[in-house]
Design a protein around this ligand. Structure first.
Ligand code: ASP
Ligand code: MG
Length: 453
């Protein structure tokens, strides 16, 4: 039950009443097209940077593209707003309060869209900005973590047809009762992809402070390479593991509605040639695309956020896993890697991992609910573990990949505590002190240091 296994993520459930999503054509940069740009908080971080965003967007508009831009709030702004909320009111989960948090947090993006529209007009490019509710971007009513249900494209299309750049506030929408909602932290990625899907945009370009998706974190492996393409499934596995480039829901969304998505740097000079910019960064593709790189393993992901818990000496009989994990699930704690050992004398050991933040609570739950009924009091834990994974769509069609992984780790003398696999990922749980060593060894073993030839 990997925490981020794409098949466990609730699909976008609501019918997209006003819009239909077709499979997109590949975007050819030299042709005029409807393009969505998304700019993150850093790119929008000052009025000078906003003017650079405006110049970059103007370049794309002047090349004949219909442009929709979805910006985040200026960097630090959402935190500042939520900090203000804390000053006037203690944290709480009551819906009336959540509603006002969204009312407040949504203003960050309203500032951004207004400034960007002004900056574009100053560049001589007609532009108009909309909040989420003006479009409208309809969501459910789950304040602070709302999900988009539909996007009405009429108003946006009318402005595009009138020759304007349309700027839509990210991160926000409106529910059926007219309340402003927000989509969860990092949600403007999802806004941009949803807008691109609704408008059947040729491509959604996410301009951010990294220049693409790498084979692993370059801070750990300096030889890490930028991937020209990665499939959305690989991206889901990698994004969930710490290369937190995109909000995970935006990737699920792109996969579901086949929105061509590109991650690229907003730190290049705004006037680099459009044809060069249009093919830079990393393109997130769909399986079967001819452009897919042929590497079996595309990247090494890692994560230090988990802790291991073992219940030792439990009776080996039906229902034990359910008793242990059921109690944990009832406490709303997500479980990731699970192993159960071969039994001896009718007893077995059962281990699993949870998020480190849930570690103490999980131990409490086990002591309260499980220990009294299972006849063992041996609950052990270890927070100094990490999970390292190899990810690659090519693992589906190749054998011997996992054994190559285990060999590389054994050559470094790294002991594997747990293993879990999915179709496109093999993960091991190891002592956290070996994390960097393991990532480097695997990066080398799978030839990720080498340029693709
Ligand atoms: N401004 C929001 C946040 O900081 C949304 C976003 O930036 O994507 O989480
Ligand atoms: Mg972001």
């Amino acid at each position: 039950m990997p925490r981020y296994n794409p098949w466990f993520i609730t699909p976008w459930s609501a019918p997209w009443a006003d819009v239909s999503f077709g499979v997109q054509q590949s975007f050819i940069p030299t042709q005029m097209a409807l393009i969505v740009h998304k700019y993150g908080g850093t790119s929008m971080g000052s009025t000078e940077r906003i003017r650079n965003v405006a110049r970059r967007v103007a370049k794309w508009a002047r090349a004949g593209n219909q442009m929709v831009v979805v910006p985040s709030a200026m960097s630090g702004e959402t935190n500042r707003l939520l900090g203000l909320a804390k000053e006037v009111s203690p944290a709480g989960s009551d819906p009336a309060m959540q509603r006002e948090l969204d009312m407040l947090a949504a203003t960050g993006e309203q500032v951004s869209v207004g400034l960007l529209a002004l900056a574009l007009q100053a560049e001589g490019v007609p532009a108009i900005s909309f909040t989420g509710w003006q479009v409208p971007v309809r969501t459910n009513n789950a304040y602070t973590k709302a999900r988009i249900e539909s996007i009405d494209d009429q108003r946006v299309r009318a402005e595009l047809d009138a020759g304007k750049v349309v700027i839509i506030a990210g991160f926000q929408g409106i529910d059926n009762d007219g309340h402003i909602t927000t989509l969860g932290r990092g949600g403007s990625d999802t806004s941009a992809v949803a807008v691109a899907a609704a408008l059947k945009a040729a491509e959604c370009l996410i301009f951010t402070d990294v220049d693409g998706v790498y084979t692993t974190d370059p801070r750990v492996v300096p030889e890490a390479r930028r991937l020209a393409t990665v499939t959305f499934e690989e991206m889901l596995e990698m994004a969930s593991m710490g290369s937190k480039i995109l909000q995970i829901r935006s990737v699920e969304f792109a996969g579901k509605y086949q929105v061509p998505l590109r991650v690229l740097s907003s730190f290049t000079p705004w006037d680099i040639p459009l044809a060069q910019e249009a093919v830079s960064g990393t393109l997130i593709t769909f399986e079967g695309d001819e452009t897919m790189e042929s590497a079996v393993v595309s990247g090494i992901a890692f994560n230090r956020d988990e802790a291991k818990i073992s219940v030792l000496g439990v009776p080996d009989r039906p229902g034990i896993a359910y008793q242990i994990l059921g109690a944990v699930a009832d406490a709303n704690i997500e479980v990731d890697v699970i192993i159960q050992n071969v039994s001896h004398d009718g007893k077995t050991d059962f281990s699993f991992t949870v998020h480190r933040n849930d570690y103490a609570r999980t131990i409490d739950v086990l002591k309260a609910k499980v220990v009294p009924t299972l006849g063992t009091d041996r609950v052990e834990g270890d927070t100094r573990i990490c999970k390292v994974s190899i990810v690659g769509i090519g693992m589906r069609s190749h054998v011997g990949i996992a054994s190559k992984m285990f060999r590389a780790l054994s050559e470094e003398g790294i002991n594997i505590q747990m293993i879990s696999t999915s179709e496109i990922k093999t993960s091991v749980v190891i002592d956290e002190k070996y994390m960097e060593l393991a990532v480097r060894a695997l990066h080398r073993a799978f030839d990720l240091d080498q340029p693709i030839g």
